[in-house]
Design a protein around this ligand. Structure first.
Ligand code: 3PG
Length: 206
């Protein structure tokens, strides 16, 4: 499995912060019931690693990435938990090397052309563009496509369902990421119907 295959299975990757393990089962049911095949958990809560393992056991066919990876230690812990792919918000040379040697599909984060060149040099040609909207959004990705047409981006940060359509129309954007499908408030309220509804809309986007 490579990162291109994972990205081709998703127009939208929901970025999800898990508050506790009690929500995992119904959350996975809502996301997969809405037709999603790829999701990203953030390594921002204490239960994130255990949540990933629990989700993989419940839905083995769901591709689950671990995001917010900041260090080599995070890379190792995420692989041990069973992450199908690894996502970072940015990247140092040592983090890029750790992702490469981990041998797991990975989406290193970049926000500038120079950062993209550094990641390409390290052997990556699919990158997370983060924070997408705050970093210039669509016009930046259009300009980057002109100089590096073979590099794909998953823009994330400040994107909603409406903006997602505009990003997905770009030739260098196979998918977008965002928290709007399963935001913290809907998870806290255990509003699984709303999450499944958002997932259906997201999985229908092209
Ligand atoms: C991420 O971790 O990728 C972002 O926090 C998601 O950004 P959003 O909440 O603006 O969608």
């Amino acid at each position: 499995m490579n990162i291109e295959t994972i990205l081709s299975n998703a127009s939208v990757i929901p970025v999800i912060e898990i508050p506790n393990l009690d929500v995992v089962s119904e959350l996975v049911a809502a996301l997969t019931g809405g037709g999603l095949k790829v999701i990203e958990l953030t390594l921002r809560t204490d239960c994130a690693l255990e949540a990933l393992s629990t989700m993989k056991a419940q839905a083995p066919d769901l591709f689950i990435g671990m995001g917010t990876i900041l260090s080599e230690d995070d890379v190792e812990k995420s692989i041990d938990a069973g992450a199908d792919f690894l996502v970072t918000p940015g990247a140092s040379l040592s983090l890029l090397a750790a992702l490469k040697s981990a041998g797991r599909p990975a989406l290193p984060g970049v926000a500038t052309v120079s950062e993209a060149i550094t990641a390409i040099d390290a052997g990556f040609n699919a990158l997370k563009f983060f924070p997408a909207e705050a970093s210039g959004g669509l016009p930046v990705l259009k300009a980057i496509h002109a100089v590096m047409p073979n590099v794909s981006f998953c823009p994330t940060g400040g994107i909603d369902a409406k903006k997602a359509t505009d990003y997905l129309a770009l030739p260098n954007v196979p998918c977008v990421g965002g928290s709007w499908i399963a935001p913290k408030n809907l998870i806290a309220n255990q509003d699984w119907n709303a999450i499944e509804h958002n997932a259906k809309i997201a999985s229908a986007l092209k």
